[in-house]
Ligand binder design. Sequence first.
Ligand code: GDP
Length: 307
Amino acid sequence: MNKHAKIYVAGHRGMVGSAIVRLLKTLGHTHIIEKTHAELDLTDHNAVRSFFESEHPDYVFMAAAKVGGIYANNTFPADFIYTNLTIQNNVIYESHRIGVKKLMFLGSSCIYPKFATQPIDESALLTGALEPTNEPYAIAKIAGIVLCQSFNRQYGTQFISVMPTNLYGLNDNYDLKTSHVLPALIRKIHEAKVAGAKEVEVWGTGKPLREFLYADDLADACVFLMHTYTDSSIVNIGTGVDITIADLAKEIQDAIGFKGRLVFNPAQPDGTPRKLLNVSKLTSLGWKAKTPLSRGISLAYQDYLNS
Ligand code: GDP
């Protein structure tokens, strides 16, 4: 991927896509193709076809997806499976048709079985039942992985797939109904502090364990793998460290300086009990996460305050 290669970052306005674009620009890439949703509707196959035929990108980062937290996934399952299947089918198929040199498909750690052995190795894929709250989303992502692998087998394409853990960072979604836990808690705790509230509700029991990766670290891993990785088998991207939701909430509380109480609401779902990726494959390839959670939280909080 030389500095003048044409690189299409699908989903460049999202947290992940924008982090990839930021990094590519810093690295001196001069030909990055960005299309807003209004300019290119990825669910419209004809529009995607004409885009690929006219732009002919050399490299594609497939970071466009309909994403959301536990509430959104549980409430809009049809939207999550249908939209993701459609946009990834369109982008992957048209990348094949025009002969894209290399495509990276971004999956998710929720593709793994609910009770997978922890930390979760790449080989756990398709070895057990999924977590019901996000099964439709996970099945779309699994289909995307198998689609890439199948094109590689049948047509000799180079479509690689990476599985990021739970992400947070600049440009995150702070809508409390659709966001993930980390941005949701930043917003709830900040608003409680400003309002002088005595307590903040944290969903579930606080016991589930999650791993959190700063989006700019993910972008760094993606660009690293785009340069170095050529195999069809999936690669986990994470920090290798997890934390309980209760401890995460405390850490965010300290960063924001909220003096009230955190109240857990077990009426809300916990989701999968633990989600920690085994990142030994990525480590052995030569990449490690750089941003500690405490620093990432303060960068994300600053970004929230500025937005
Ligand atoms: P998940 O990793 O797919 O389960 O997605 P989330 O990031 O939405 O949720 C992770 C965990 O955080 C779950 O156990 C939630 O119940 C818990 N959680 C606690 N408070 C919140 C909140 O305000 N919003 C969200 N989305 N999750 C929360």
